[in-house]
Design a protein around this ligand. Structure first.
Ligand SMILES: [Zn+2]
Length: 62
């Protein structure tokens, strides 16, 4: 799965604030992303995130 800094993703599991949209702010083995609803940044393991992604920039991941 291709993820780039600046990509907007939608996840199956929502953030505690209720938001499901995030923007990638850093990538590596762990991904840093910002919740677009509450603006908090979180770290998540790439492998975990890939399972939770529903859409990338409005499109279904390949
Ligand atoms: Zn949030």
């Amino acid at each position: 799965m291709k993820l780039e800094v600046g990509d907007r993703i939608q996840t199956k599991k929502t953030h505690p604030c209720g938001g499901a949209e995030f923007e990638i702010t850093r990538k590596g083995a762990d991904i840093r992303m910002r919740c677009l609803t509450c603006n908090k940044e979180i770290w998540i393991e790439r492998i975990k995130l890939e399972k939770r992604i529903k859409k990338i920039n409005g499109e279904r991941p390949v």
